[in-house]
Design a protein around this ligand. Structure first.
Ligand code: OSB
Ligand code: MG
Length: 375
């Protein structure tokens, strides 16, 4: 592929409702949309999911811009044979997985479009219907939580994940179980606990949760392993798995039975596929696809990953309308019966950016040429 330029658009998208986790609250979601333009005019889109502050990970929308401009655009050559090789080309850059992923995903979309193939089939997807759920932020009260969850269930979401933190854990779970005894339910702590909380957290075993996601430190594998040996409920890792190396260590240590794969966190689709293949094909354990409140562009990449054979739990990929009053793509992602979002039989991620809508949310944009040594 001859990539003439990368265009980067910094957008700030108002969420339909505040999203609160143990590490902070978001009303206006920033993102960098990356457009890779091929010499012949074909385009590919990716999304950098770094937030406004270094709370979920050390990256922010500002560090990602800097790393794309000053390092990624200088290291990548304009004649990129395949997006599979981007990781190796950028391996000198330590960390900054979200910045790398946004660019890499744009190149995957570009490749799929140039081959007139849906991205999901290009990366080895097997089923267009992706089973999804909804991730519910920390609410002002348990009554409001119950109302919020009821609304999502009425809309057709078949699996609920709630965010927890110290002071908002057993009681909301207990109440949800009482109100909705059969609903597939799981919790996500975003690393809010220490191992001193393990005895309290192990009480969650009573509520037949699908999993407990990332209770401990964002880089920990050991405490998660001790905890997994204390509880029947599967532990799921999110923040602690940044590459297939972490997944290998997690398997060896017994830190988790499930991995939530987010392409932004692990540096792109190639790394996501490596983790998927290792965890599901080698270790025979399930994965699912996590979300970062993406716009329709990033969501397209999540949906493509959701079609992989090892995805055996519902993914955090809700409809566009769960996040944004107006998504920047046509057509927005919609929930289908059976708590499904369907990958599209169209080239690439299967959606087109709507420029008129995009422009409303852009705060800055710039075009970069790729200056790496030709390969
Ligand atoms: O831990 O899964 C997480 C959103 C921002 C940061 C971290 C997380 C989340 C979500 C949102 O849970 C899931 C979604 O996009 O629907
Ligand atoms: Mg999580």
């Amino acid at each position: 592929m001859e990539v003439a330029r990368l265009e980067v658009f910094e957008v700030w998208m108002p969420l339909v409702s505040e999203f609160r986790t143990s590490f902070g609250s978001t009303r206006l979601r920033p993102a960098l949309l990356v457009r890779a333009v091929e010499r012949g005019g074909e385009e590919g889109w990716g999304e950098v999911v770094a937030g406004e502050g270094p709370w979920y990970s050390s990256e922010t929308v500002w560090t990602a811009w800097h790393v794309i401009e000053d390092y990624i655009a200088r290291l990548l050559p304009s004649n990129i044979e395949s997006p599979e090789l981007v990781g190796e080309r950028l391996s000198r850059i330590r960390g900054h997985n979200m910045a790398k992923a946004g660019v890499e995903m744009a190149l995957w979309d570009l490749k799929a479009r140039m081959e007139s193939k849906p991205l999901w089939s290009l990366i080895g997807g097997v089923k267009r219907d992706v089973i999804v759920g909804v991730s519910v932020g920390i609410q002002p009260s348990i009554d409001i939580l119950v109302k919020t969850v009821s609304r999502y269930l009425e809309e057709g979401y078949g699996r609920i994940k709630i965010k927890i933190e110290p002071g908002w854990d057993i009681e909301p779970v207990e109440r949800l179980r009482r109100e909705f005894p059969d609903v597939p339910l799981q919790v996500d702590a975003n690393a809010a606990y220490t191992f001193l909380d393990a005895p309290r957290l192990s009480r969650l075993d009573e509520y037949s949760l699908l999993m407990i996601e990332q209770p401990f430190h964002h880089e920990d594998l050991l405490e998660h392993a001790y905890f997994q040996s204390m509880v029947r409920t599967p532990v799921c890792l999110d923040e602690s798995v940044r590459s297939v190396r972490d997944a290998v260590a997690a398997l060896r240590l017994g830190s988790a039975r499930i991995i939530n794969i987010k392409p932004g966190r692990v540096g792109g689709l190639a790394s996501s596929l490596e983790i998927h293949d290792f965890w599901s094909l080698k270790a025979h354990l399930p994965v699912w696809i996590g979300g970062m409140l993406e716009t329709g562009v990033g969501r397209g990449h999540l949906v493509a990953l959701g079609t992989l054979p090892g995805v055996r739990y519902p993914s955090d990929i809700s409809a566009s309308s769960r996040y944004y009053a107006e998504d920047i793509v046509d057509a927005p992602w919609e929930l289908e019966p059976g708590s499904v979002i369907r990958a599209r039989n169209r080239p690439g991620i299967g959606v087109e950016v709507n420029w008129e809508r995009l422009r409303k949310y852009v705060r800055r944009s710039r075009s970069f040429t790729l200056q790496g040594k030709a390969s």
